[in-house]
Design a protein around this ligand. Structure first.
Ligand code: 3EB
Length: 309
């Protein structure tokens, strides 16, 4: 990676020109509100000023000097969420492939993710559409899937997608404590969620790990229903397990930034206190109010880890 100094979470003053804003702002804006008292940074920056910007159909595309390309689009047509998602993914994957790239990390923001839509939860409709989009594009839907997050918004478009793509495909990582999401049983929906637990990429002598949204799930079951502190502990154990499995050390020592999604405002303070104890140091983090894809999940954490050879 040529320059990492402005890649990651920044304060607005340090911003380069490829930014993702949370809540409101110019550029790529995700319709999730930052939790002011907990957030150390409110802007994510993926470029330092040498990026080139284009549009391609629905997508805004930024080619970053790190070699990554960022694709972002919002979808709000009259089509149902399932079809909207299928066509968004088919289109995104075709564009990324036409650019000679591979998707390495995807973020999905789904309006009212836990609401019912024609007798199926909207997250499950989204999962069906995403599965079919990958299928249309020739994916095996197992160890060829990128890392991802899918969380719920309470305003804004039906679906927002942000993707990072790179010339080299990443190495897919799973979590030995969890059933792979793409192999979840049918009780979680007619089509399994299409993501890996993490993607690892090499940039020169630096290895970067993109950690998917991680939650209080063991095997395929949600554990500690109703208990935000135990869900926090379990989420940390899962993050540790993925990092260790990928060779990124223990106790989140290689974690350089985190994004924490919390469902209920009254859980912010207890989760934050537990988080401080568990992390043992200040890790730059954006905290966001969001719905989580399973109704029993109270929080989800994702992040980026780096190690140097
Ligand atoms: C899970 O582990 C919790 O559907 O893209 C985490 C990360 C979750 C990504 C997705 C879902 C997704 O199943 C939920």
């Amino acid at each position: 990676m040529k320059s990492t100094s402005r890649t990651g979470l920044v304060r607005p003053d340090d911003a380069g020109d490829v930014l993702i804003h949370y809540g409101s702002g110019p550029g790529y804006t995700v319709p999730l509100d930052p939790i002011a008292e907990a957030t150390t940074h409110s802007v994510e920056s993926w470029g330092s000023g040498e990026a080139s910007h284009t549009t391609a159909g629905d997508w805004r595309v930024a080619r970053l000097e790190t070699g990554l390309s960022l694709y972002a689009a919002q979808f709000d047509s009259g089509a149902g969420l399932e079809e909207l998602t299928r066509s968004a993914y088919a289109d995104l994957l075709a564009r990324i492939a036409a650019d000679g790239l591979q998707p390495v990390r995807l973020w999905n923001y789904v309006l009212d993710i836990n609401a019912e839509d024609d007798a199926l939860e909207r997250y499950r409709r989204f999962s069906v559409g995403r599965y079919e989009g990958f299928l249309d594009h020739g994916y095996k839907l197992s160890d060829d899937l990128p890392a991802a997050t899918a969380v719920g918004t309470r305003r804004g478009p039906q679906l927002s997608v942000v993707a990072l793509a790179s010339r080299e495909s990443g190495r897919q990582i799973e979590n030995p404590r969890q059933v792979s999401a793409w192999a979840y049983p049918e009780r979680y929906g007619p089509r399994s969620p299409s993501f890996s637990r993490a993607t690892v990429m090499q940039h020169g002598t630096t290895s970067v790990l993109w950690l998917s949204g991680t939650a209080s799930i063991i095997g395929h079951e949600t554990v500690h229903v109703g208990d935000p502190l135990q869900q926090t502990d379990e989420t940390f154990r899962n993050m540790d397990a993925v990092l260790e499995h990928a060779g990124f050390g223990s106790n989140l020592e290689s974690m350089s930034m985190l994004k924490v999604y919390v469902r209920h405002p009254q859980h912010v303070e207890p989760i934050r206190n537990r988080f401080r104890q568990l992390a043992g140091r200040e890790i730059p983090a954006i905290w966001l109010m969001a719905d989580i894809c399973r109704a029993e999940l109270l929080l989800e954490i994702e992040g980026v880890a780096m190690i140097s050879a």
